[in-house]
Design a protein around this ligand. Structure first.
Ligand code: ATP
Ligand code: MG
Length: 227
């Protein structure tokens, strides 16, 4: 039998980290997925104007991160698209391309609570099963209530919502970017291949005076790369 159950992970992946990778790996066991496809976003409309690296760089880091795992696949379809990316469009496109597959949209709790504010959530729920993992401050009981609320509000034609108890991993790309800016270590928060790429290209480093100030206040030599 061919591949049938596919996890989809969208994200800015700015940069990709072990929270993303562990979520993908856990979901494969918990929901019995054959593969997880990771799709770095073009320029998400909620994040426009923030400190986001180019699609090419975020795609490259994602490729490096999954290179040693046959069941994690990096797709460039969102990055290749011009402008903003909406999750419902991606999911509908995947359904058209692969009508024989079942899709499971993997998200962290923050997305479960925000999904109503996204464009056309009803089309997301019509296209896939939503798998929402515990993250940050969100409790499973709070997520349970949100799930019921969403199920009352939207027809769940795609398979409904599955809640995934998950390690409370406090890793986030935002925190990683901040730590790099301050010259602090982000080792063990992402694969070494991604870390090396960030180092080699000098990504996420402050280029102005405030970076020097931040470094001084941490007792580091100006310009020295410590992460
Ligand atoms: P940022 O801080 O820039 O928003 P992020 O760490 O939230 O970055 P995203 O690329 O925004 O990463 O997230 C992609 C998906 O991965 C989202 O569904 C998000 O909820 C989920 N995710 C990211 N980090 C974790 C984590 N530590 N635990 C569970 N889910 C996570
Ligand atoms: Mg996020």
């Amino acid at each position: 039998m061919g591949i049938r159950r596919i996890g989809i992970m969208g994200g800015t992946f700015n940069p990709i980290h072990n929270g993303h990778l562990m979520l993908a790996e856990w979901a494969m066991d918990a929901v019995n997925l054959d593969e997880v496809w990771l799709l770095p976003a073009g320029m998400p409309y909620m994040k426009a104007g923030k400190d986001i690296l180019s699609g090419r760089e975020r795609l490259r880091m994602t490729e490096l991160a999954v290179a040693d795992n046959d069941r994690l696949i990096c797709l460039d379809m969102e990055v290749r698209r011009e402008g903003y990316t909406y999750s419902f469009e991606t999911l509908e496109e995947l359904r058209r391309k692969y009508p024989e597959y079942d899709f499971f949209f993997l998200v962290g709790a923050d997305c479960l609570f925000a999904i109503e504010t996204w464009k056309s959530p009803e089309r997301i729920f019509a296209s896939c099963t939503l798998v929402a993992a515990v993250r940050g401050e969100a409790s499973l009981s709070g997520m349970e209530r949100k799930k019921e609320e969403l199920e009352q509000r939207f027809p769940m034609e795609g398979g409904g919502i599955i809640l995934l108890p998950f390690l409370q991993l406090s890793i986030s790309s935002t925190q990683i970017r901040e730590r790099i800016r301050k010259g602090l270590s982000v080792r063990y928060q992402m694969p070494d291949s991604v870390l090396n790429y960030i180092r080699e290209k000098g990504l996420y480093r402050e280029k102005d005076e405030s970076f020097k100030e931040a470094q001084k206040s941490h007792g580091k030599e100006t310009g020295q790369q410590t992460f």
